[in-house]
Design a protein around this ligand. Structure first.
Ligand code: AMP
Ligand code: ZN
Length: 485
């Protein structure tokens, strides 16, 4: 069966036909690094991971490119309010570069904990300013720009296909355009390619350019870096649904303006949002849940991955701790079933070895093979992970499937699901995962510091938090040790 993806461009399910046979070029919009990624952002990266893993399992040689938006003012379209990176740096008493570096490291720590594979290319905006300038020059040379009040704008009326991705009705938007629109713009949807006159004060990141010292607009970063690493047209571009009407629409307009090629990207994949029961999660609003906060509440990052896999990426998902607990319980019984099969197989068999074993011919024609085919069909049908999980459960519940076949099938499915089934099954049930251990150690260190500062209320609170997770602390003369209660 061929891989089919829902293409936002055209709003339809389309068979995936790559530009170059056997290869897939994929660009996923990466994080802005002036703060931690929240669990909504991480939903986007789990989707990218499922997409890449599905492509790889289908035999494609995937080049996955991810940008790091390490320039604060690149993260919004308006030249208003604060430079987020600068604000974050001031609040933390650090330089903007230190802030970007720290949150980049934290981001990859989160993605590693979620078992998200590292992209093939990770590129920082600040290291590609020359590429952005060169691309803007091409756009300018082809007559798509105008200068106004020191800034270089993109004129969307010059773009033949503007708004196609978002099915935008420009007349409606013009009529509805309200106050707050930059008076220098000829059209409300025009956007800045290069700023030299900024309303931001104390700009920390500035570069020389043919238009003067300043900084690039928000969207050019993704066009410049994706073209650099994937070529002037490429296969797949992904991001959250919020990026459809502005960021991706403008990326398309300026890329096609520079190269004259249409379509620039052939498949656009967008994930729906994860919402809290209280409403939207926002990075700039500052109040959001991080992966660490889930770990601190006693969950394993893979519980969150399982939770996300339980919903289709094009459905909005409401996060709640009750639902996450449901995912944790489901994952636990999944692991129990795997361990039962391991027991039947007997000791002395390395699961990792089994995981790497090619599927025997008897497997493909048998019952387990049928579950695996159904799993593959589900994932290749627009990445239907909930149906994929159902096939995994079907396989593990079926008494007619021999233990070794069940494990071989489950591990093959796990190449896409990324739930670390083999590694987790080899971890004794009562032993905490590395993430849990790190989190416990961090809380013990925080408790020691609280006691030193005579903040006994916090120290007791930490003991209580750990107790609720079944962890008992024992204070010894030189150290505090922990054990499962
Ligand atoms: P940012 O770091 O804010 O640029 O966002 C990184 C990615 O997360 C982008 O692809 C966004 O579209 C996506 N995103 C932001 N908020 C959410 C959310 N609540 N649920 C799912 N995806 C989100
Ligand atoms: Zn982008």
């Amino acid at each position: 069966m061929a891989l089919t993806l829902f293409n936002t461009l055209g709003r339809s399910l389309q068979p995936f036909a790559p530009l170059k046979p056997g290869k897939a070029g994929f660009y996923g919009c990466g994080p802005t690094v002036y703060n931690y990624a929240h669990i909504g952002n991480l939903r986007a990266y789990v989707l990218h991971d499922i997409l890449v893993r599905t492509l790889r399992r289908a035999g494609f040689d995937v080049c996955h490119v991810m940008n790091i938006t390490d320039v604060g003012h690149l993260s919004g379209d308006n030249d208003e309010g604060h430079d987020k990176m600068l604000k974050s740096a001031e609040e933390r008493g650090k330089s903007v570069w230190e802030v970007a570096d720290m949150y980049t490291r934290r981001f990859f720590q989160d993605t590693e904990r979620l078992n998200i594979q590292k992209p093939t290319v990770i590129c920082k905006a600040t290291e590609h300013i020359d590429d952005m300038i060169a691309l803007i020059q091409r756009i300018e040379a082809r007559g798509f720009t105008y200068l106004a009040a020191g800034n270089l704008y993109f004129d969307i009326t010059k773009s033949a296909h503007y708004g196609e991705l978002g099915l935008l009705r420009l007349d409606d938007q013009k009529a509805g355009a309200r106050i707050g629109v930059d008076q220098n713009k000829r059209n409300p949807q025009d956007f800045v390619l290069w700023f030299t006159k900024s309303k931001f004060e104390n700009q920390a990141m500035l570069w020389d350019s043919p238009w003067g010292r300043g900084y690039p607009g928000w969207h050019i970063e993704c066009s410049a870096m994706s073209i650099k690493y994937l070529g002037e047209t490429f296969d797949i571009h992904a991001g959250g649904i919020d990026h459809v009407p502005i960021h991706h629409t403008n990326e398309i307009a300026q890329s096609e303006a520079a190269t004259g090629k249409h379509p620039w990207v052939r498949y656009w994949i967008h994930n729906e949002f994860l919402v809290l029961d209280k409403g939207k999660m926002s990075k700039s609003a500052g109040s959001f849940l991080t992966l660490q906060s889930l770990i601190d509440a006693g969950y394993d990052p893979l519980d969150y991955r399982y939770f996300l896999l339980g919903a289709h990426y094009r459905s909005q998902v409401q996060f709640s701790f009750e639902a996450l607990t449901g995912a944790r319980n489901a994952r636990k019984s999944l692991m129990d079933r795997i361990r039962e099969r391991v027991k039947v197989l007997g000791t002395g068999r390395s699961l990792r070895e089994l995981r790497n074993k090619p599927l025997p011919p008897s497997f493909t024609g048998g019952k387990a093979g049928a579950y695996l085919s159904a799993f593959t069909a589900a994932l290749e049908d627009d990445l239907a992970s909930p149906r994929g999980l159902a096939e995994l459960w079907g396989l593990l519940r079926d008494p007619g499937v021999a233990a070794e076949d069940a494990l071989l099938g489950a591990f093959a499915m796990d190449e896409v699901l990324g739930l670390k089934l083999a590694e987790e099954a080899e971890t004794p049930v009562l032993e905490a995962s590395q993430d849990m251990r790190d989190s416990i150690e961090a809380l013990i260190a925080e408790r020691a510091a609280a006691k030193k500062a005579r903040d006994f209320a916090r120290a007791d609170q930490i003991r209580q938090i750990l107790k609720e997770q079944g962890i008992i602390l024992e204070d010894r003369p030189a150290e505090t040790v922990w054990r499962r209660g």
